[in-house]
Ligand binder design. Structure first.
Ligand SMILES: Nc1ncnc2c1ncn2[C@@H]1O[C@H](COP(=O)(O)OP(=O)(O)OP(=O)(O)O)[C@@H](O)[C@H]1O
Length: 263
């Protein structure tokens, strides 16, 4: 597993109103196996940053390096990225097992490995009995659980999740967070996730990067909070309140300019 370094990252889009500067001088490092959360107000650039980390967007300033090499070079050399979105995006004409086989085939995994990989991840998320069901036969929460299993079955070097649980009710979201963490414990995949939910973010993360407009304005270190964690943990509750306070401060800043750099 590899260290990820983001150095002086900047990103602008051309829009009808002129150039839109979205990311300003972002810098951070992500250790192998770390769970990093990105939180920030709507439009601050979280998804833009995830897309760059996924190698989907190569048009930026600065550098994104994996073990010291540019991300696109690493992708060409077999670095595997998995992406989980807010909605499951399973292929409706395939069963769950076939959905997983599809990404294994695309990832170049030998066919003889498929059953073991598929069984391991479906079991870990409690869907082994549904392997031959089609997505439409499952609830939304089960489909999202399957999409997490699909992400892990290729044993990715980095897993990116963009608000993966925000469409679910809180109880379902809790079981999915447990599934995610169970798979993370097993694979120790590096995870970067986006969340709008301060309580979810502190529950999941080793480290939170709180973004203002286009910038990281605060880093919150949660590595000292032991796992498995409880939603009632006071340290997590205090950190969640801290996140919400920072987001309120960011929301109160005048529009149209990037957040000031933190002191
Ligand atoms: N393809 C694009 N062209 C022009 N502007 C874009 C494009 N993609 C994103 N943006 C702009 O970049 C800014 C950041 O968008 P992004 O989706 O990264 O924000 P976000 O923090 O993920 O927001 P949200 O929490 O609402 O999903 C927004 O102002 C958006 O309009």
């Amino acid at each position: 597993m590899q260290q990820i370094d983001i150095l002086h990252l900047g990103k602008s889009f051309a829009s009808s109103g002129g150039i839109r500067h979205v990311l300003h001088d972002i810098g951070c490092s992500i250790a192998p196996g770390e769970v990093v959360g990105l939180v920030g107000p709507s439009g601050c650039g979280k998804s833009t940053l995830l897309n760059i980390l996924a190698g989907l967007d190569g048009d930026y300033r600065g550098q994104v390096r994996i073990q010291g090499r540019p991300i696109r070079e690493q992708l060409g050399a077999g670095f595997r990225v998995a992406y989980v979105f807010q909605e499951p995006r399973l292929l409706p004409w395939f069963t769950l097992a076939q959905n997983l086989a599809f990404v294994l085939e695309a990832g170049g995994f030998a066919r003889r490995e498929w059953p073991t990989r598929i069984d391991a991840v479906l079991e870990a998320v409690g869907l082994a009995d549904y392997r031959n069901d089609f997505p439409a036969q499952l609830s939304g929460g089960m489909q999202q659980r399957a999409s997490i299993a699909r992400a892990f079955c290729i044993d990715p070097d980095i897993l990116l999740l963009d608000e993966p649980f925000s469409a679910l009710d809180e109880l379902t979201a809790r079981t999915l967070r447990q599934s995610l963490l169970a798979l993370w414990q097993r694979f120790r995949t590096t995870i970067v996730f986006v969340s709008h939910n301060a309580y979810e973010a502190t529950f999941l993360a080793d480290r939170l990067l709180v973004m203002g407009r286009g910038r990281i304005v605060q880093e919150i270190d949660l590595r000292s909070v032991p796992r498995p964690r409880s939603y009632d943990d006071l340290a997590l509750f205090e950190s969640s309140k801290q996140v919400i306070r920072i987001l309120e401060q960011q929301a109160a800043l005048p529009a149209g300019i990037p957040s000031p750099l933190p002191h």
